[in-house]
Design a protein around this ligand. Structure first.
Ligand code: NAD
Ligand code: DAU
Length: 378
């Protein structure tokens, strides 16, 4: 029975990974370390926490004492490091927090894992590690920078981060590589494109657009909406991480992508059309609309591109296009993005329509203040 330390397990991808692993490997013991920032919510994993094989610890990945205690108490085999400050717009406002969490937090986890997993030294002085252990760093395609209209990121594309967020993730990748080279630590790095799916915090494009439609608010599209992202259903990402952890070649980087490039403006239009269609097919979904007066519920005519979309000031340093070439993980591990976008986006929108209580809980704190600062009173 493997014991995983899953950091950031109360966030979007981390919580989906917790659910995925518990289903796929029911004998696994999961230790979740999360300091529950605005993006981490215990409600997201409340059912998983009733599982006796799951231990939750509220704490900071940058805190040496907290992480050391975890390694002393639990026989950790795998570290899967999701914990991070993850939103590019917030990194533009407050870069330092991103450097502290994403770089120093990763280094602290690596250092503690190294000490705990070391069983001796070889004749050259390199540590010898307990058999079967691995540190997996969850990274992002943003470390490769921005693409023009053509081409793809491969694992050998040079790092060229352009935002404080992506610079902090690239630095974390480099410190992981440094531990692999200097101390021969068994590591993998995965670099994934944009995820979407359940439990996505509504500061990111897809859940923010869904939330705004339900509140009959304008849909803020940065610039002219021509920026391109490569969208991957979150469960497919979790499957890829599980596969790299268990079968990936130690020391390797694996790119994970959805083969699914879309312009932002097209994503927004797809969401508008899909919400309207789902409500027409199933009028029960109209109860998710916020101004729940009768006239709004009966009449969905205002759910149109023209009425809802507004083009707003562009993000500073906005990367134009990301696109992943996932050939390596497909060839080596047989992974591919199983969920077609047409299906994944419907599943996602249905989930939000059916889980408004989750949205309300996670946005009940500082979210309104954040929204006003970012978007004004639109
Ligand atoms: P998220 O913001 O939804 O969740 C981050 C989680 O980490 C939260 O639960 C938060 O409480 C926790 N956390 C933050 N700082 C912490 C700290 N100092 N100590 C302990 N816990 C802390 O992020 P996400 O979208 O789930 O992303 C998870 C990881 O995947 C990140 O490393 C991100 O860089 C990477 N990634 C995300 C995407 C994407 O599309 N969302 C794509 C590629 C890579
Ligand atoms: O590519 C992987 C990355 O994807 C991850 O590493 C990040 O953690 C994750 O947040 C995501 O970054 P993006 O910046 O691509 O995601 P976001 O949802 O913030 O924005 C997607 C695109 O939509 C981007 O081009 C900016 C645009 N956008 C975003 C918001 C929030 C808008 O046009 N309007 C908005 O209100």
């Amino acid at each position: 029975m493997n014991t995983y330390l899953v950091t950031g397990g109360a966030g979007f991808i981390g919580s989906n990974f917790v659910k995925y692993v518990l289903k796929k490997h029911p004998n696994t013991h999961l230790v979740i370390l999360d300091n529950l920032t605005y993006a981490g919510n215990l409600g997201t994993i409340k059912d998983d926490l009733t599982n006796p094989k799951v231990t939750f610890i509220k704490g900071n990945i940058s805190n040496p004492r907290v992480v050391k205690e975890i390694f002393e108490k639990h026989p950790i085999d795998f570290v899967v490091n999701f914990a991070a400050e993850s939103h590019v717009d917030r990194s533009i406002e407050n870069p330092q927090l991103f450097l502290k969490t994403n770089i120093l937090g990763t280094q602290n986890l690596l250092d503690t894992a190294k000490k705990s997993w070391t069983t001796g030294k070889d004749e050259s002085g390199y540590p010898i590690y307990r058999k079967g252990v691995k540190f997996l760093q969850v990274s992002t395609d943003e470390v490769y920078g921005s693409l023009g209209e053509t081409g793809y990121f491969t694992e050998t594309t040079p790092l060229d981060p352009r935002s404080p967020y992506s610079a902090s993730k690239a630095a974390a990748d480099m410190i992981v590589t440094a531990y692999a080279e200097t101390y021969k630590m068994p590591v993998n790095i995965t670099r994934c494109s944009n995820n979407y799916g359940p439990y996505h915090f509504p500061e990111k494009l897809i859940p923010l657009i869904i939330k705004n439609i339900l509140e009959k608010k304008k849909l803020p599209v940065y610039g002219d909406g021509s920026n391109v992202r490569d969208w991957l259903y979150v469960e497919d990402h979790c499957k890829a991480i599980d596969s790299v952890l268990l079968h990936g070649r130690t020391g390797e980087v694996y790119n994970i992508g959805g083969h699914n490039e879309k312009k932002n403006i097209d994503i927004v239009k797809i969401i508008i059309t899909t919400i309207k269609r789902l409500m027409e097919e199933n009028p029960g979904y109209k109860s998710a609309l916020k101004e729940n007066n009768d006239s709004q519920q009966d009449n969905l005519e205002w759910i149109t591109d023209d009425y809802l979309i507004t083009f707003v000031k562009d993000r500073l340093g906005h990367d134009h296009r990301y696109a992943i070439d996932p050939t390596k993980i497909t060839n080596e591990l047989g992974w591919y993005p199983e969920t077609k976008f047409e299906d994944g986006i419907v599943k996602t929108i249905r989930w939000y329509l059916e889980n408004q209580d989750w949205v309300e809980k996670v946005t009940s704190g500082n979210y309104r203040k954040y929204y006003r600062q970012m978007y004004g009173n639109r």
